[in-house]
Design a protein. Sequence first.
Lengths: 312, 560
Amino acid sequence: MLVVAFVSFSLFNFVGDPINNMVGEETSDEERAELRETLGLTDPIYVQFTRFVGNAAKGNFGISYQLKRPVSELISERLPATIELVLISALIALVSGTLLGVYTGINRKGFLSDIILAISLLGVSLPTFVIGILFIYLFAVILGILPSFGRGEVVSLGYWTTGFLTLSGLKAIILPSVTLSLFQMTYIIRLVRAEMMEILQTDYIKFARARGISEKSIHYKHALKNGLIPVITIAGINIGTLIAFSIITETVFQWPGMGFLFIQAVQFVDIPIMSAYLVFIAFVFVMINFIVDILYYFIDPRIRVKAEAVSG
Amino acid sequence: MTFLKINNLSVNYEMRRETVYAAKKVNINVERGEILGLVGESGSGKSTVGNAIINLIDEPGKVSGGSIILDGTDIYENPDNILKLRGKKIGLIFQDPQTSLNPILTIGEQLIETIQTHLKLNTEEAKNKAINLLNEVGIKDAETRFNNYPHQFSGGMRQRVVISLALCCEPELLIADEPTTALDVSIQSQILDLIKRLTKERNLAVILITHDMGVISETTSRVAVMKNGDLVEIGPTKEILTKPKEIYTKALVSSVPPTNKKIDRFKIIEKENKTQGETNIKILNRWTKKDIIDQDLVKVKNLCKTFDDNFFTESTKNSVMAVDDVSFNIKEGESFGLVGESGSGKSTIAKMIVNLYSPSAGDIDFDNVCITKIKSNKEMMKFRKQIQMIFQDPYSSLNGRLKVKDIVSEPIKLHNPSISSKDIDSYIYDLLESVELTQQSAERYPHEFSGGQRQRISIARALATQPRLLVCDEPTSALDVSIQAQILNLLKDLQEQLNLTILFISHDLPVVRQMCDRIAVLKNGKLCEISKTEELFKNPSHDYTKELLTLMPKIESIYN
């Protein structure tokens, strides 16, 4: 985390003079120096960095150069949109990816499996923005059933604004989340399929068959549970990637989330927002990995027992 | 009426290029209450027959002819038939208890699921039944262990769980496919006793598939011998083992190391045309043969090795004493045996002698120099050249991406960088011929060879540096008996001709008896006793040795 904080901090500190972007042409040199002083830009680098980390820990990332509002406020405003988008698309990717993966893993030679796999190949190879634009063209322009941009109407619940409670909000989230999830979904399909095929060859599956356990139980109880262990690792890492990918999707769909904010910030060299975004993404990655490790503990009894042995 | 009738069973594997006939018109009958042994070497089709009965032949295998009739039901008449029989009427036990249980379900969950699939019991009743079963197969504390996961059990205990799973719905036919091959002798005898007891109590019909003639002679009443998919011979065990009619059976029986006496060489019937004594050890001319001096070549003094479980904290709580204060000497020119069950520390000692592990305490002297204290690599190389090792698994101990030529020449070049490539070639050819491989093998890759041939390549590689001490860590345990006999004969010849000193590590007592002059018995890292081979087998002084000797399955027991 500290490393990322330093990188994001130093990277942006050497890119251009923020003051030039903030103030107008006719500002005097004294005024510039004054502003510089108040923003603490005259201090040595290490002082600035310590301050940056200290403030970041308190959730204070400074003031946006462009919008002249605290970054933390901007982020918390945009956060719900991104979180909702990522959550929905992760859900779509996991659920449908696992289901289709199991199906193709079991019916290896079926016609439907071939089609699913062919489509999944497309999903892996087509860039997200192309898919997004295709979706907009198809569902918004030709069919006209789904909105092409924005979040629709949102309901504010204190700190959180949600699009889940209105029809237009729900409609608006379909296209971006499906677009975002497609890549992950195809990835998970292929992973689950490979895992299922491998596990169905193992001795314990053969032994379960020899005991007369039903095929349904073999597939879903014995095989899938074992197969999900590596899937969770990959999926965990990929949820982080989803947030990263959401930059593109949010731009395509004009989704008022953090990725969109970031793109706007990049255009104006708005350093506090950019560094805050990077630190935030790093934080999310670390958290997700942490959660995945904890999930392991519940899913894989082998780890559980080892942990008990060490602590006990 | 015959309980199980296998009629002209044929199983084919349709491969891309060829069809492999894994079973060819096999006829076997099994009655209730009897244990039928099914023996054969790897690839003989014995497991295929077992799998065919329960209709679980691996892809792309198919039953291409014949029928299997179990208690009046033709298994292949209707594909649904077997679904009603699996688990309910036929139980199956696999070889490896490590892999036949689902690692993420507790054994209780697996038992209850199986019971409820076949019997109409509620969860409480199924649980009671499962706990009774676990008690019956000899798992202590069944009620608490019920909620444990498979990895919390030892190998022998897992196999008991597997047996309880196979028996939980009271099948009438039990197919045991190498049920004890992966286990130590003491556990093996317990498991076999358990199977025998259950056969009697429940009037089971049992098919015991194994390659171990000792197991066959101690447990089965009838035996069927298979080779390359053919049923060679079937009959009462005693008759087959004592008066085999077919040549193949004779060869198979004679290559089993006898447990009751020491023989000079194993009889290898298939290769009888080669005149005895005409050994073909070409390497002899190049060998700078050292005369055997009456001295101790290897002196192991108070050797200890601990493995710390935890990398960060050196707590003594989790550390394992793999080798605990072991001392012995190996005389120059002798074969010294190191015997013990898994976890006894025998391989750890071997690895310390070849300096792959460094001991936690104690010294190893080689030729009166303490090799454990040598620090410089250069100094060590002198000794590495003189000590070579042959590993257990011939499949993983050869680099699959190198030609045999490169595998064998690597140690030569390492210890003699100035050797010309022409000399190397002729040296390699001599080495290969000494281990009875052709010169052409030099240009081939390891995967083109069988297990026995690979082990020969390993031996050639070990001999390349002209070592004085050869450490053999279970060199034949992955091989079939007839191949084992050949390899052991080869090792004996080489030792005699080249004045080699051999440290022979094995869990297989009959093999050790044939190979070694003196034997050390290890248990849990501690040395139990060292004595001359014949003395050890006739008058073992330590209780553990006595126990091992009584438990070892003896092919001769058929005479009693």
